[in-house]
Design a protein around this ligand. Structure first.
Ligand code: URA
Length: 218
């Protein structure tokens, strides 16, 4: 009798029901996990020399995410970003374009206060880079505003000068998603150099225009 060899199937069949629903984790849970991850950083000079992890402030459903440099003394004490003098100016800058501070989402490149408020160094920025990237992906904003040169350098490298790069929309790719991003002066810099406020005002108007043009809800 002729025998037939059946072609060996490359598939394994199973009677298990197909998983049609993928559990989507809530933003709150993802943010809590991220915060826990950051708090577990080891051998970090910033963490070892500060009191608190300063994570974020504002509305996590906001379409606008602001990213500063790192917490200062007041932020470390109050466990919230941008609550000192720079934060007060930031609130005024936002109010000037009719945005309430609690309607945006605010965080920093590094989440622990650098000693003596120094700029975070390259190693520190690189340590925190995966966290800020994850943070952006969780918030998934329509616009990202990078406040100051540290935030700019963390994403665009140190080849550019903020005086040249500020005020223009750039596309920033984070975890395969493109975000419309603008670099503008840090409010702490504006407190030291008030003559630069005219450029900041131009940037704020541009942000307002973009919000209107794209009909971004805030
Ligand atoms: N400067 C920053 O960059 N972030 C803060 O939270 C406060 C001051």
């Amino acid at each position: 009798m002729q025998k037939y060899n059946f072609i060996k199937s490359a598939f394994n069949f199973s009677n298990a029901p197909i998983k049609r629903f993928v559990k989507i984790e809530k933003k709150e849970d993802l943010l809590k996990k991220l915060k826990d991850e950051i708090s577990n950083i080891e051998n970090c000079t910033l963490k070892n020399n500060s009191n608190n992890l300063v994570f974020a402030d504002g509305d996590h459903d906001s379409n606008i995410m602001l990213i500063g440099e790192g917490p200062g003394q007041k932020e470390d004490e109050q466990v919230k970003p941008f609550v000192g003098d720079a934060g007060l100016l930031l609130n005024k800058m936002l109010a000037a374009i009719n945005i309430k501070r609690n309607k945006v989402y605010v965080t920093n490149i590094v989440n622990y206060r650098p000693p003596e408020n120094r700029k975070p160094n390259e190693v520190e920025i690189n340590t925190y880079a995966p966290f800020i990237k994850k943070h952006i992906s969780i918030i998934n904003p329509k616009l990202i505003i990078l406040l100051g040169s540290t935030a700019m350098e963390a994403f665009f490298g140190n080849k550019e000068k903020i005086s040249k790069s500020r005020g223009v929309w750039k596309e920033l790719i984070v975890n395969n998603k493109t975000y419309l991003t603008m670099v503008t002066f840090h409010p702490a810099y504006l407190l030291r150099q008030p003559d630069q406020k005219k450029f900041s005002w131009a940037d704020l108007k541009e942000i307002k225009n973009k919000i209107e043009e794209l009909k971004i809800g805030i």
